[in-house]
Design a protein around this ligand. Structure first.
Ligand SMILES: Nc1nc2c(ncn2[C@@H]2O[C@H](COP(=O)(O)OP(=O)(O)OP(=O)(O)O)[C@@H](O)[C@H]2O)c(=O)[nH]1
Ligand SMILES: [Mg+2]
Length: 224
């Protein structure tokens, strides 16, 4: 069967900037199946969401740090062109970027509270999609984030985005060399993809892998 994301069902549900409000939602949805997009500011989280879930559902921006809230969306999947109505909706989360220097102390405090609430209470049936900039992969804040992830038990995909901006063979081969090193170091990283949210490279493969993850989680929950 050919599965795909039913883009027409992608719906913005909540923008959460208040950790208590987020905690409440997470408590009410302990078995939510879904995926979360996380990475440094400006790496293309919102753009990747748009290319997977339908144009312009997430706000993109040239100014780093634009997404300040945790945005919660729901969606369904299709099989052979027909929406699977019999299975519950899935969720995806657009998270504010980590590692931006310009925010005030007050804001970064709220960011930390929001993120620790999210990672501490979100259903374990949530795939973490970590997006990095293909031209500047594995930065200090990326490493710190993976160090933080290690304490949890989330299946994780790593996307090197903006590959359309890699101009030289040298840049490409440096990225290829990094792949096995990171796979070994970050054991929770299940798959690594090279993508361009802008030119849509690699997006189909990511979509297929996401759907396979979601259906696997649904089978797991059903068998419990
Ligand atoms: N060339 C190129 N540009 C991209 C790609 N993906 C995103 N961009 C551009 O990068 C900028 C940032 O993209 P966003 O999707 O807003 O990034 P974000 O990670 O959501 O940023 P924050 O919400 O600020 O954390 C925008 O100008 C996008 O058009 C890509 O694959 N290739
Ligand atoms: Mg964004």
């Amino acid at each position: 069967m050919a599965f795909e994301i039913a883009r027409e069902t992608s719906t913005f549900r909540y923008g959460m900037s208040n950790p208590e409000q987020l905690q409440e939602w997470l408590k009410e949805n302990p078995h939510a199946i879904g995926l979360s997009f996380v990475g440094r500011s400006n790496v293309g989280k919102s753009s990747t969401i748009n290319s997977l879930f339908g144009n312009k559902i997430a706000k993109t921006s040239k100014t780093p740090g634009r997404t300040r809230e945790i945005n919660i969306f729901s969606f369904k999947i299709k099989s052979d062109g027909k929406i699977l109505e019999e299975i519950p909706e899935f969720f995806f989360y657009d998270l504010p970027g980590y590692g931006h220097a310009e925010v005030s102390k007050e804001m970064s405090k709220n960011w930390e509270a929001l993120m620790s609430t999210f990672f501490g209470s979100i259903s374990l049936h949530t795939l973490m999609v970590n997006i990095q900039d293909a031209r500047h992969p594995n930065q200090k804040s990326d490493q710190e984030f993976h160090h933080f992830l290690k304490g949890f038990n989330f299946e994780t995909f790593l996307l090197f985005n903006k590959i359309d901006k890699l101009k030289t063979q040298k840049e490409r081969s440096a990225l290829n060399k990094l792949k096995p090193i990171l796979s070994k170091e970050f054991k929770w990283v299940r798959q690594i993809y090279f993508t361009s949210a802008e030119k849509k490279n690699g997006i189909d493969q990511v979509e297929e892998a996401i759907i396979s993850y979601l259906l696997r989680q649904r089978d797991l929950l059903e068998s419990m």
